[in-house]
Every structure is written in C-alpha cells, then in structure tokens.
Design a protein around this ligand. Structure first.
Ligand SMILES: C[S@@+](CC[C@H](N)C(=O)[O-])C[C@H]1O[C@@H](n2cnc3c(N)ncnc32)[C@H](O)[C@@H]1O
Length: 461
C-alpha cells in the first residue's frame, strides 16, 4: 500500500492528539491519577535560612533531604519559618513529560493544580533528525578538562528514546508524540502566558501547522530565526550550504503590539563610535536627532535602550561541547555541561526576561542539561523542569547546585524538589501501608537509611 503523505495524515494526528489530551483531562480528578513522588529536597545552600525544613519534612512526601556541603537532616536545621506558610519550591522532575504534565495539572495534597498558572513555557524537543545522541555526552576528564567520553551504561528503553531523537515512522510519529503534549501544555498556561517552541528545520514546518491548530493562528506572535554560527566559520562540507539556524515559534495569549514587548540589544562599539560622537560639558556621549524644521535634540547614550531586536538573532552563539571552540572565553566555557544538545544561557535569558515577569513561573518539559532552569534561577523566576533521561536530570541537578550568581544573599540557588513520575516501589508500599503512606514516613521509620542524601532505599516489611 502506498504510504500516505504527511498532509493526508495531519488532520487525523491532530484529532487523535485532541482525543488523548481530552481523555487525560477528564481523568484528572480520578483516584487513579498519575502522581509525582518527591525523592529529595535539594539544598544548594546547606544553611538555607528562611526555610523551615521540619515543616517540610513532615508535610511533604519526601524521600530525602540533601544539602550540599554538609550533612543536614530534618532535625538539625534552625531556619526562620517563611512568612507565608509553605514555600513554593521549584521542581526538577524525572520522567516522561506527558505524565509529568498530567500530574501538574491534577495537583496533589501538597501541590495545588498548576492549570492556568504558568507564565512561560520554553521547549526544545528533539528534532526527528535520525540523530542519535547516545555517544555524544561529553564528560569532564580528570583535572577539569573536557574529553569526549562515551556513555558506557546501556540505556533503559525510556533513556534510549531520550538520547535518541529517532521516531519509528518518521515525522508522523513525531507529530503524534508532540501533539497531545502541546495541548496539555496549553492548559497549564496563564491567560497572559507565552510558549516558545524551539525546532529544527527537520520538523519546523509540520509542527508550525500543529501549533496554529492548538494555540490559534491569532495568538502566533513571531517566528524567531536563531542563527547560531558555526565553529568552522561556515566552511561547507560537500556542495550543500552550511546549516546555521534553527526556529523558535512564539505564541502568546493577550499579547498586543506594545512597546514593552520590544527587545533592545546593546549598540556595537562601531555604532557608538559612528553615532554617539558628541559629548556634552560633563563628558556624556550623545547623538543628534532631528525634530524636523531644522531643529535637533540630544539623545544621550546612557538614556538609550539600544537597537530594537529583529526576528533574526545572530548575536547568540551555539554552545559547543568541546571547550576548545571557545579558547579564551571563560564565561562561555563555564557554561558547558557536555550535553550534546545544550542551548546557550543567553538565548534563554532573552526569552525569559522578555516573557516571564519577575517572580513568575517558567516551565521546560524537555529540559536536557537544565539551561532553562539555571537561567530562571539566576533571573529570580520560579521554575519546573522535566526530562525523561537520567543523565539529563543528573546534569541539571548538579548545574543548579553549582550556581553561584543567583539573586540570593549568597548567590546560591534556592532549595528545590527532585521528583519522579510513577514509582512502582512506592505504589507497592502504599498497597501495604495504606494510601496515606508517604516516602517521608518511610524515611523516619527506617533509621538504617535516614542518610541525609538521597531517598530511603528500604523496602516495606
Ligand atoms: C534537545 S534536548 C533539550 C536540550 C536543552 N534545551 C538544553 O539546553 O540542554 C531534548 C531533551 O528532551 C528529552 N525528552 C525527549 N522526549 C521526552 C519526553 N517524552 N519526556 C521528557 N523528556 C523528553 C530528552 O531526554 C532530551 O534531554
């Protein structure tokens, strides 16, 4: 039988995606809904003043309390209780994002439903490029240098699909994967929320059609071309042109053409030299701007916002896993995690600053090496980060712990929860100990494994 074209299949893919999402939404209230288990409360700053750990350890389903830089447990911390009850913790979630989103929409005893609560979603799903990232995780070698080291552990089935962006029947199955997820993401967004979907040339065009269906053409804001450059300086292999861009599709609700939506980029030195060539009696550089009728006014450099950004972003370069690409650029060098598809922090910085208010909530359901969470943390936004690959969540966890320039008194990241989806062991425990059982209870019962780092590994007897 001849294969049906993608155009033929598209209406059916969208219809099936809607049905699947609808089924999930209808099941949110049921007692058998998907839940998230908290495996760890991660404390990047072991002192964590202002956080009442005792309150958290008794009210949360907590698998373990992990403080970096010192042993800390529920009993040995004296923090001032937060002013408004339970703090709103950021969450790193290990598991398939369909289940994670379902659980976030459903909420649970400790966390309210996030339906309509998220200010900004950025996602960078794999691209259906038939590429396989399994051999491309670069681990730091001894002495802090980076060398390409293959991940030797055989990945689980879930991890295989996390590392590899190959879908069995090509773009159609990719669209089947992404459609219900996008519909559920829409449910999480505030009515002033934005979503940015980062796509490669392989899938951008069909996914754009799906996005128009789900978010509505009228809510399409812009297509950003991210021209990320190339370490080869653009020397082409073979006869093809050098690929140097990806797409970021932006949709938003209640988004009007307002000046606050403009992004301004700093002037280049050349621009300043050419235009701001006058200085006043105090030495402040300015340029002359015509007011018509032969009149001029001064526009001071220190009062100018910069050049309005266009939809083509050429000033943010790709992150290369090999630090030799940077030579002397230490700031960029420190950003490298070795994760093959890592995106630059500056890219997320621009998006988050532009589309999430201070203190707002940012979510990334394909977080990879944790760029979105790290930048949100540094910008003082709240975040939720999900990935189904164990290496990805481990890299993200470490990256957050290592942050030293967050807007907190000591520059460290705020405490966050490490959660996972669908833990059958915990389900078993619930069957034995009753539905009200929580991991935190088990930690207290089993003194043998109340180590301050990591979840309890004991099985219920
Ligand atoms: C292109 S990478 C994201 C890179 C990220 N933007 C960064 O800066 O590191 C895509 C990620 O999506 C994850 N992923 C793929 N399918 C997923 C799913 N169904 N649920 C959760 N994560 C998934 C993969 O494990 C991978 O880490």
């Amino acid at each position: 039988m001849p294969q049906r074209s993608l155009i033929d299949q598209l209406p059916e893919i969208v219809r099936d995606g809607r049905r699947e999402a609808q089924r999930i939404l209808e099941g949110l209230g049921s007692s058998r809904r998907v839940g998230l288990q908290t495996r760890e409360l991660v404390l990047p700053n072991p002192n964590s003043s202002g956080l009442d750990l005792r309150a958290l350890s008794t009210t949360d389903a907590m698998g373990g309390i992990s403080a970096t830089g010192g042993a800390t447990g529920p009993g040995d911390t004296t923090g001032t209780p937060p002013e408004t009850g339970r703090p709103d913790l950021n969450r790193l979630i290990f598991g398939d994002n369909l289940l994670a989103i379902t659980a976030l929409l459903a909420g649970d005893e400790e966390h309210e439903s996030l339906r309509g609560k998220v200010d900004l979603i950025y996602i960078d799903p794999p691209f259906d490029s038939k590429a396989d990232y399994r051999s491309k995780i670069t681990l730091p070698a001894a002495g802090g240098s980076h060398e390409n080291v293959d991940v030797s552990k055989r990945p689980t089935v879930a991890e295989q699909s996390a590392y590899s962006d190959t879908w069995a029947s090509g773009t159609a199955s990719y669209l089947r994967m992404i459609t219900p997820r996008l519909i559920l993401m829409r449910e999480l967004l505030k009515d002033t929320g934005s979503i940015y979907v980062h796509l490669g040339i392989q899938v951008n065009h069909p996914v754009k059609l799906v996005l128009d269906e789900i978010f509505g053409k009228r809510n399409f804001v812009e297509e950003i071309i991210w021209a990320y450059g190339s370490p080869s300086g653009g020397r082409a292999a073979g006869s093809k042109l050098v690929k140097m861009h990806e797409y970021i599709e932006h949709y938003a609700y209640s988004y009007r053409e307002r000046d606050e939506h403009k992004i301004y980029l700093p002037y280049s030195e050349k621009y300043i030299a050419n235009w701001f060539k006058w200085t006043d009696e105090d030495g402040r550089p300015y340029r002359r701007r015509s007011r018509g009728n032969g009149l001029w006014e001064r526009q001071y450099l220190d009062e100018s916002r910069g050049v309005p950004a266009s939809t083509v972003w050429t000033d943010i370069k790709q992150v290369y896993a090999d630090p030799r690409a940077y030579k002397s650029d230490q700031a960029r060098h420190s950003e490298i995690t070795g994760y093959a598809t890592q995106k630059p922090e500056r890219l997320l910085h621009r998006i988050i600053k532009h589309s999430c208010p201070a203190g707002g909530l940012v979510a990334d359901f394909f977080v990879g090496s944790g760029t979105t969470a790290a930048v949100a943390e540094k910008l003082g936004r709240r975040w939720i980060a999900v990935d189904q690959g164990k290496p990805a969540v481990m890299i993200t966890r470490k990256r957050l712990i290592d942050i030293a320039d967050a807007p907190t008194p000591d520059g460290r990241a705020r405490p966050f929860l490490y959660q996972s989806v669908g833990d059958y062991q915990i389900e078993q425990a619930r069957n034995v100990l009753g539905r009200r059982f929580r991991i935190g209870d088990l930690t207290r019962v089993c003194s043998a494994c109340t180590a301050s780092t990591g979840p309890c590994r004991c099985r219920p007897r």
